[in-house]
Design a protein around this ligand. Structure first.
Ligand code: GDP
Ligand code: MG
Length: 446
């Protein structure tokens, strides 16, 4: 059994690789011990494998080394801080440095898992460790163990590139079931590994590991910081998205409210317009009615005026007719009288012939009477004309008054209509001002 490491007194040969790769088996074989019964514990059951490092001394070409078997630290799932600490602690005890790092990997296609293990080794030991890595293929077929070329031909491109990186330092872990320990092939494979160990120049020092650990710590911190920064950025982004969504929602709400307010305003506007139209329609009907009444009234007045005028004219005409008839009668009477006078004069002339002197006298008297009669007739005529004139004046005066009365009535109605129109205008003006004030208020609320 390997010892729990207190102190490493010789340069170390590290066995690294994933759990089950065959590290402990190789360690035992290098120590010329049965592969499953040497100082290092071999187990097919991964759970029971020890998680501590073990060491054993080995002499290669007369030089003593400490072979150190490590737990499967680089299987990504099983690695823990405790195991890494254990390895680091063990390596720090290697005061003579690490001569070689035997990276044991199964001889199959270079899988993502193996690449992960290699990355883990490089990260843990640092880039400087590449110069000390020797790749050892385990679980090889009998033919591969027998012939290195067969093994080489089985590699894929990543394996080739990896082997190139480590300057072709590679070996094969022999299988005792195919080639027993005393078989030359078995010996040859172990001999190659030992030759590589002996040929390594210098050692990987604990300082290098320290530096690597510090770098790892730094990288880890940077990674953590980066992750923290990304996390914060992500949170910021989430917050920003949430804020934008909230803003968007608020904006949508405001827009919705604005739409509702506009719809309400529009509805109120339509209602107001409709009411105004109705009021205007009522107003218009009222004005129309008033106009119609005015027209009817004017027609009535006109009819009345015409009737009155006709009546006055008729009256005047009748009066004139009457006066004419009276005049005719008077004329007739006058002619009658003239005839009578003529007859009388005739008789008088006849009598005159008989009574010359009386006749002359009578003629003189007659002339005087005629003169008197003429004067009287003239007076009567003047008097009649004067009466006619007065009557005409009276009728004209009466007609003028009637016309003035009708004109005043018409003016009064006109003024009433104007006052009504003024009231309507003020009513519209007041309504317009109310709308403007209402409109101002809405703009202030917004
Ligand atoms: N066929 C074959 N089996 C191996 C080889 N190396 C190890 N084993 C088996 O693999 C299992 C794990 O081996 P072990 O040395 O404990 O692996 P470790 O976890 O890397 O130390 C054991 O059952 C071994 O017998 C090998 O080269 N060929
Ligand atoms: Mg082991």
């Amino acid at each position: 059994m390997s010892r729990i490491i207190d102190d490493v007194s010789y340069p170390a040969v590290l066995l690294v690789g994933k759990t089950g790769a065959g590290k402990s088996t190789l360690g035992n074989l290098l120590l010329a011990q049965p592969y499953d019964n040497g100082p290092f514990q071999v187990s097919a059951d991964m759970e029971s494998v020890t998680q501590e490092c073990g060491t054993a001394k080995i002499s290669i070409d007369g030089v003593i080394y400490n072979i150190i078997d490590t737990p499967g630290i680089f299987d990504t799932q099983l690695v823990t801080d405790k195991i890494l600490e254990e390895i680091a602690k063990t390596i720090k005890k290697c005061k003579y440095g690490i001569k070689a790092i035997l990276f044991v990997l199964e001889a199959k296609r270079f899988s993502a898992e193996q690449r992960g293990v290699l990355e883990g080794i490089r990260n843990f030991f640092g880039e400087g460790a590449t110069n000390y890595i020797i790749a050892i293929f385990s679980h090889a077929t009998k033919a591969q163990i027998y012939d290195r070329d067969i093994m080489r031909k089985a590699w894929n491109q990543p394996v080739c590139s990896f082997i190139e990186d480590i300057e072709n330092r590679w070996g094969i872990s022999p299988n005792s079931d195919y080639f027993p320990p005393d078989d030359p092939t078995h010996q040859a494979r172990l001999g190659e590994i030992k030759a590589f160990i002996s040929s390594m120049r210098g050692v990987y020092t604990t300082e290098q590991l320290e530096k690597s650990i510090q770098e790892q710590e730094k990288a880890r911190r940077q990674k953590e910081e980066e992750e923290e920064r990304k996390k914060q950025e992500h949170e910021e982004k989430l917050k920003e998205i949430a804020r934008k969504e909230a803003e968007e929602a608020h904006k949508r709400k405001v827009e919705q409210m604005e739409r509702e307010r506009k719809a309400k305003q529009e509805y109120e506007e339509n209602l107001r317009r409709k009411q105004q139209q109705e009021a205007e329609e009522r107003q218009r009907q009222m004005v129309e009615k008033l106009k119609q009444e005015e027209r009817e009234r004017k027609i009535q007045e006109e009819n009345l005026r015409r009737k009155q005028q006709q009546e006055a004219e008729e009256q005047y005409r009748r009066k004139l007719e009457q006066m004419r008839r009276e005049q005719e009668r008077e004329e007739e009477l006058r002619r009658q009288r003239e005839r009578e006078w003529e007859l009388r004069r005739q008789r008088e002339r006849e009598q005159e012939l008989r009574r010359q002197r009386e006749r002359e006298e009578e003629l003189r008297r007659q002339r005087a009477r005629e003169e008197e009669l003429r004067k009287q007739r003239e007076r009567e005529e003047n008097l009649r004309r004067e009466r006619e004139r007065q009557e005409q004046q009276r009728l004209q005066e009466m007609y003028r008054r009637q016309r003035e009365e009708a004109e005043r009535e018409r003016m009064r109605r006109m003024e009433e209509l104007q006052r009504e129109q003024e009231r309507l205008r003020r009513f519209q003006e007041e309504r317009r001002r109310q709308e403007e004030r209402r409109h101002d208020d809405d703009c202030r609320i917004l």
